[in-house]
Design a protein around this ligand. Structure first.
Ligand code: JD8
Length: 389
């Protein structure tokens, strides 16, 4: 990936030398350039601003230097991912979040246009749309004096997602705002006691199932307290919400799972199906590893589905469960739609499997755009279906 920065304060980007790992640049994984906008002025005072048409306080950035800079820095004529993406950081832009970070991380060339004063002449943005992909992005609902800080923050959020950057890519999956959008669970390290504060005993129990469940519960609890907006459930046609599963749902999930996979066993004339043999602890354990959603009607857990990122870009969908007495009501279809909708931007495809003889399931998946993939390895007695995002 190449990153370029256009600014009247090039010194603002000195930290890039520090933050952007040198070795990444050595490995050719990353290249960047910082450009002083005044380079593209031609008057003695190297003027980049002028008074606003229509009057008002402050100054506006002149269009000409930007146009000439783009003439030099934008990859003319390139298409697809190679194409330049100009990122104007502006308080009136689309909100920057993890999903947008994941999207920008798929680009090959980002050119950050960092304004100052009261902003950049609008014709610069209009012109830019003719020569490159343009994203106007805001860091958040507060006013800064210029676009540089936002460009630095966006850079860090994007570069750390690039393959080969983060020491352990695994941690990327677990993070806040990554898949499923829960806030982080609290973390602890040694000593076990500190100034009268204990490390929660469950974390020192070695019981990974209970630890995963505790962490998941803490993440859901914190998110509900601090960011209920992240928990906005999507709803079924009748207004029933699809909500995040919690550890407290484990027992009912096990019960529903047994009921659904007894049907699968009958339909496929086989008992050797993992879901049929799982214990309560198994369910508790996978609740901490999968993004799981449930539906309750009159308090009864009647539907569930789970998803997680596999191999960095495939959203693995599983355990689509509907209470036997409600099958055929469209609940399965709604759960399938929901789990696709909450997949992180990094997911470029969906994958799932079902019984080779589970005709009704296969029909539902095909109607939802999934394709049977006999070319892909499937668990015994099962078939794989995939769908490009
Ligand atoms: C670019 C000029 C200052 C903004 C008059 C103060 C982003 N989340 C964000 N807040 N503020 C910015 C931002 C502010 C900028 C410029 C980005 C260029 N200013 C202006 C309008 C009101 N002054 C930002 N991303």
């Amino acid at each position: 990936m190449r990153l370029d920065y256009l600014t009247i304060f090039p010194g603002f980007f000195a930290p890039l030398e520090l933050s952007l790992p040198g070795k990444a640049a050595d490995k050719g994984l990353l290249a960047f350039g910082v450009h002083d906008l005044r380079t593209w002025t031609h008057d003695r005072h190297r003027t980049v601003d002028d008074t606003p048409y229509g009057g008002g306080a402050g100054m506006v950035m002149r269009p000409e230097p930007w146009g000439e800079a783009f003439d030099e820095l934008v990859r003319a004529g390139s298409t697809g991912a190679e194409r330049t993406t100009i990122v104007f950081t502006t308080p009136s832009g689309e909100p920057f979040d993890q999903r947008l970070a994941e999207e920008l991380a798929t680009r090959e060339h980002l050119l950050f246009a960092c304004g100052r004063y009261e902003g950049i002449d609008q014709r610069v943005i209009d012109h830019a749309r003719g020569v490159a992909e343009v994203r106007e992005v805001s860091l958040g609902d507060y006013v800064l004096n210029g676009g540089e800080v936002a460009a630095l923050a966006i850079t860090e959020a994007v570069v750390r997602l690039l393959p080969g950057f983060m020491g352990n890519a695994a941690s990327l999956v677990e993070e806040s705002h990554a898949a499923g959008g829960l806030l982080e669970y609290p973390v602890y390290t040694k000593p076990p006691q500190w100034r009268g504060h204990e490390v929660p005993a469950v974390l020192r129990s070695g019981d990974h199932g209970r630890i995963a469940a505790w962490r998941h519960d803490q993440a859901v609890r914190r998110t509900a307290e601090r960011r209920p907006d992240l928990l906005t459930p999507s709803v079924l046609d009748d207004g029933t919400p699809i909500v995040r599963a919690t550890a407290g749902d484990a027992g009912e999930l096990l019960t529903l799972q047994r009921a659904c996979w007894v049907q699968e066993a009958l339909a496929n004339d086989m008992l050797d199906i993992p879901a049929l043999h799982e214990s309560l602890d198994d369910v508790r354990a996978w609740l901490g590893e999968w993004d799981t959603w449930v539906v309750r009607r009159a308090g009864r857990l009647v539907g569930a589905v789970r998803g997680r990122l596999e191999g960095g870009d495939a959203w693995d969908i599983g355990r689509v469960m509907v209470a036997p007495d409600l099958q055929g009501s469209g609940l399965g279809r709604a759960l399938l739609e929901h789990i696709q909708a909450v997949a992180p931007a990094a997911a470029t495809s969906y994958v799932l499997f079902t019984g080779a003889a589970s005709a009704r399931n296969q029909q539902m998946y095909k109607r939802a755009g999934f394709r049977l993939r006999r070319d892909l390895p499937a668990p015994p007695g099962a078939v794989v279906l995939t769908k490009r995002r």
